[in-house]
Design a protein around this ligand. Sequence first.
Ligand code: BES
Ligand code: ZN
Ligand code: ZN
Length: 507
Amino acid sequence: MANISFAPSSAEPQSTTVIYFAAEGAMASKSLQTLDARMGGALTRAIEVADFKGKRKSTLELLAPHGLRAARLLLAGVGDAKTLTRRDWAEIGGAIRSKLPKKTQDADVIFTGLDGVTEESPVAFALGFNLRSYEFKKYKTKASSKPDSEDPQAESELGPIRLTIYSDWGELAQRFQKEEAVASGVYLARDLVNEPANILTPPEFSNRLRELEAVGLTVEVLDEQALKSLGMNALLAVGQGSSQPSYVVVLRWNGSPGGAPKDETNLVFIGKGVCFDTGGISIKPAQGMEEMKGDMAGAAAVAGVMKALALRKAPVRAIGLVGLVENMPSGTAFRPGDVLVSASGQTIEVLNTDAEGRLLLADLLWYAQTFLHPKCLITLATLTGAILVALGKENAGLFANDDELASRIIEAGAETGEPAWRLPLSQKYDKMINSKVADMKNIGGRDAGSITAAQFLQRFVRPGTPWAHLDIAGTAMASPATDVNQSWASGYGVRLLDRLSEKFYER
Ligand code: BES
Ligand code: ZN
Ligand code: ZN
């Protein structure tokens, strides 16, 4: 993460790189005019020569700019500055991070003289800058020690950078602390999802969650024995073929001291943590199976948002609940045809051991409603390949039994750039998982695969409990490069849930 600080616009920039913004059609803004005067008109000339118009995300770079202390001047187009949202500013921050040479050690960002900028803009910019600074390079042994190495294998890393943001507000540090907490949560989620499954086993995952006690979360780890006595047989069945033990971890945040809301109900986030999904006895094809190291992205997002809430001392009661298992084929694995008695007492006929996520979520939903006093329940899971067919990587699939909760999630997702698109639930779809031998079967059929998976979950939600489900198989892993993320894991869900909490559930 970059070392970011804030300064009043009256202070003098000190860094080797200085960044100014230019709005489209407003090249004659006061701060640019002042700059141009200091540069003896060199800025105007450069703008003309390059035909720079200030279009969003276009940049103009001047090296050794005349009259300035800085070695590099970056003019960054923002388009129509008046229409820019927090999300836009975060994307601009990310885009600018990528425009700086990797070895850049310090930079100044000048945020004055732009119409439509609020005190949220520099802070959102800083968040985007930090999100883009993320890299997963821990297994690259030939990395950056020799940045100019001829070795094509050697990839340079982003170096540490000091960023100073000059604005009319000067003291934005407190506001920024909150965004830094969110970035920390996103980093954690990405690290967990990027980590290979030989390292991030269920025990290792639970160890990393225990470490969150350091930020003020209460962490409770339930082992197989505890799960057995609770009757969480559906979850245990998924893990029984693995040589790794299964765990359920409960992460609690009771609001900052003195800031906890009076009512005792909790936001409850439930995450699928299948550390590796081979498919089990219904084994997956070899092609692309390595991606199933990311099948714990729901649990990672839950860990990430809980860390963010704790770091920013959010005045809210929230609980993260994750099931950590490995789905393997072996002599002890569960089989197609098995009938499981879930913790809720409902029975499940297993017709495909690769539809495992819903099995562990079923028991977690029971646990949450039995012990955690939910105000609402939100499940996050890389649940179905079918959601990629329906929505691609642009939107997570959203299902809900409650219109208000659904619209809040859609709003939080749109604002943070982690969008979700609602899909239907209904009795007709529910019927598709009726079984001849048990209360239900764990697959529907070829049609509407993401919906029947959600219907399965809904059978474990008691009427009257607001519940929403995000199918993040398309959005959390194998992610396309964006302004705010270049890594395989996006960290999807952390920012959405953090905003949901901040906007709708905090004092
Ligand atoms: N983990 C997968 C879903 C998945 C697919 C996640 C692609 C990320 C990318 C899940 O456990 C699974 O295998 N689902 C099956 C369900 C089917 C057997 C009904 C699927 O989507 O094929
Ligand atoms: Zn599966
Ligand atoms: Zn899975």
